[in-house]
Design a protein around this ligand. Structure first.
Ligand SMILES: *[C@@H]1O[C@H](CO)[C@@H](O)[C@H](O)[C@H]1NC(C)=O
Length: 258
């Protein structure tokens, strides 16, 4: 399932997760029965960020990394996340600011302090059922002892409404060594708009709305040197979110993009 990964000379993964043979495609039939589309009650906030930064998990650290170490950590974070999802057979793609960074140079922007990825609703359900709180150890070149990452799924992922404003993030991929994490959001059928005739309407709990044809079929590309997928209509999505200028002007947001 991970053909090109080792070619990049990147990571030899040892997954500490209990030996689980479940595979996303095998589970798909089962899943259809479970996420029947009813809302559910908004709950208290599940994921807690640290007091000093919204981009760190305070259970694993009490301080942000020095600026010059942040990017290298984020790079390993996304590489290990993409490799793990590929291993588990869960379709994932990059979005928002991470997609814009991909558009410019297929790499994290030097000033980035977070990363955004999405999965489908069956995908988040599969991860919740089989891999919540699993730890994944990776050997990382130049990093003694490697690093361990935790996959944590918000139990409120089953609440399918944007009214659940304290739980808009469905899952996190967390670097235990630094406390940095990637936010994972699930893209779901938008029942409200579908009932009004928009048959391809999709949404995520952070109130972004999409069309099925804008995201699928995903395109294969690379990000940070490893295989990654991007939404089909990436130019349109980026223009909607950041304006046409974000792709034309190399002096975007006051930063010079090279
Ligand atoms: C994942 O595990 C944590 C820790 O046990 C738990 O609090 C959380 O509810 C679980 N998430 C899901 C989706 O079951």
């Amino acid at each position: 399932m991970r053909p090109s990964l080792l070619v990049c000379g990147l990571l030899a993964a040892t997954v500490n997760a209990a030996a689980i043979s479940a595979n996303f495609m095998n589970e798909r039939e089962k899943l259809a029965k479970d996420w029947s589309g009813r809302g559910g009650k908004p709950g208290p906030k599940y994921f807690q960020e640290s007091k000093f930064s919204g981009h760190y998990d305070g259970r694993y650290t009490d301080k942000a990394l020095p600026e010059d170490e942040q990017i290298a950590h984020l790079s390993s974070l996304i590489q290990t996340y993409l490799a793990t999802m590929d291993d588990l057979g869960v379709e994932t793609w990059i979005m928002h600011g991470t997609l814009l960074a991909w558009w410019w140079n297929q790499k994290i922007f030097p000033w980035d302090d977070d990363l955004d990825v999405q999965v489908s609703e069956p995908g988040i359900h599969f991860l919740a059922e089989n891999y919540n709180m699993t730890e994944h150890h990776f050997d990382i070149p130049g990093v003694e002892g490697g690093r361990t990452y935790v996959l944590e799924i918000n139990p409120n992922y089953v609440v399918r409404t944007t009214l659940d404003t304290r739980n808009v993030i469905d899952g996190r991929w967390i670097d235990k060594s630094s406390g940095q994490f990637i936010d994972i959001t699930a893209v779901r059928a938008d029942d409200f708009r579908r009932a009004r005739g928009d048959t391809g309407a999709l949404m995520s709990k952070d109130a972004h709305r999409f069309e099925e044809n804008d995201i699928f079929p995903l395109r294969r590309s690379f990000f940070e040197g490893v295989p990654a997928k991007v939404p089909y209509e990436y130019t349109k999505l980026l223009a909607e979110e950041y304006g046409d200028k974000s792709m034309a002007n190399s002096n975007f947001m006051g930063r010079v993009v090279t």
